[in-house]
Design a protein around this ligand. Structure first.
Ligand SMILES: O=C(CO)COP(=O)(O)O
Ligand SMILES: O=C[C@H](O)COP(=O)(O)O
Ligand SMILES: [Zn+2]
Ligand SMILES: [Zn+2]
Length: 314
């Protein structure tokens, strides 16, 4: 199957009670790993690029960066039988979002979650109108992404999480296609100081009140074996902690359909690259030293596709 709208992938996941990972890329090797994993698992895949990735690909020229990603992803998608979509992750700049829409992205995220509720509605609604007019679907975020930390006061923590009644109003007023409710995750490798815990009661209420495909940001698991491999070859990832697999499967049960994953791929790549370089000090051909990192990234993605229930859902 070719390049599809992210909404097609996520509406199907919502009806089928499974989730699809949305995997961040910055370059060719991660894209190859995602497509290969998706083909081997016969699974749909969502590829996403942050604003930083778009700037990086275009060396500052965001229209060029966005067009380059669309061309790359389309070239791969056109040669596979699995549904593949391309999404802008955490879009905050109007210029970048417009560049992505013009370039042909399948969906965008407008992240106005740092603004007060009314302004988040206003900004999101504006982007929904523009994107929908050209068949591009839209994700938005409600609440702030902060991890549950031992030393964060309960009140300040709770204040950052999504309010389910606001979620209902937000969805009705903006016409957004997917919603990312903050339920206690955070980005990066250091998510929890104490026990990993998400607010499933809020998640269940948001699902009940909106019925939309829901998105879990900051969903990397920081697998122990990846952390150990990286540390064996010189990395310092002390204190790194992710969302355990059982919590991810539980979140899918309560309505998560898109699971954003970046950190796990980055950590797997660097762990394997460190190992390869340590064992092959004379090597300087990138096609050789990127081979095992790409394989490990692919394996991490395959595990995720199976865990989230989207294997054989292509
Ligand atoms: O949410 C993410 C991208 O939007 C990525 O989260 P991780 O840092 O947990 O991989
Ligand atoms: O949510 C953030 C993603 O992990 C991308 O991060 P980035 O801005 O470093 O590309
Ligand atoms: Zn955000
Ligand atoms: Zn995110």
């Amino acid at each position: 199957m070719p390049y599809v709208n992210t909404k097609d992938i996520l509406d199907k996941a919502n009806k089928g009670y499974y989730a699809v990972p949305a995997l961040n890329i910055n370059n060719l090797e991660f894209l190859q790993a995602i497509i290969e994993a998706g083909v081997e698992e016969n699974s749909p895949v969502i590829i996403e690029t942050s604003e930083g990735a778009i700037k990086y690909a275009g060396d500052g020229d965001v229209q060029r960066g966005a067009s380059l990603f669309v061309s790359m992803v389309r070239a791969f998608a056109d040669n596979t039988d699995i549904p593949v979509s391309l999404h802008v992750d955490h879009g905050k700049s109007f210029k970048i979002l417009m560049a992505a829409i013009k370039a042909g992205y399948s969906s965008i995220m407008i992240d106005a979650s740092e603004y007060p509720f009314e302004k988040n509605i206003e900004e999101t609604k504006k982007m929904v109108e523009i994107a929908h007019s050209v068949g591009v679907s839209v994700e938005a975020e409600l609440g702030r992404l902060v991890g549950i930390e031992d030393n964060v006061m309960v009140q300040s923590h709770e204040a950052a999480l999504v309010d389910p009644n606001e979620a209902k109003q937000f969805v009705e007023e903006t016409g957004v296609d997917f919603l990312a409710p903050a339920i206690g995750t955070s980005h990066g490798a250091f998510k929890f100081k104490g026990e990993a815990k998400l607010d499933f009661n809020r998640l269940k209420k948001v699902k009940e009140l909106t019925g939309l495909p829901l998105v879990l940001h900051g969903a990397s698991s920081v697998p122990e074996e990846v952390k150990k491999l990286a540390e064996k070859y010189g990395a310092d990832f002390r204190g790194a902690k992710g969302v355990p697999s059982d919590i991810l499967t539980e979140s899918v049960k309560y309505g998560i359909n898109k699971v954003n994953t970046d950190t796990d791929l980055r950590m797997a790549f660097i762990a394997s690259l460190r190992e390869y370089l340590a064992n092959n000090p004379g090597e300087f051909d990138p096609r050789k030293y990127f081979k095992t990192p790409k394989e490990l990234v692919k394996n991490i993605i395959r595990e995720r596709l199976r865990l989230l229930g989207c294997s054989n859902k292509a």
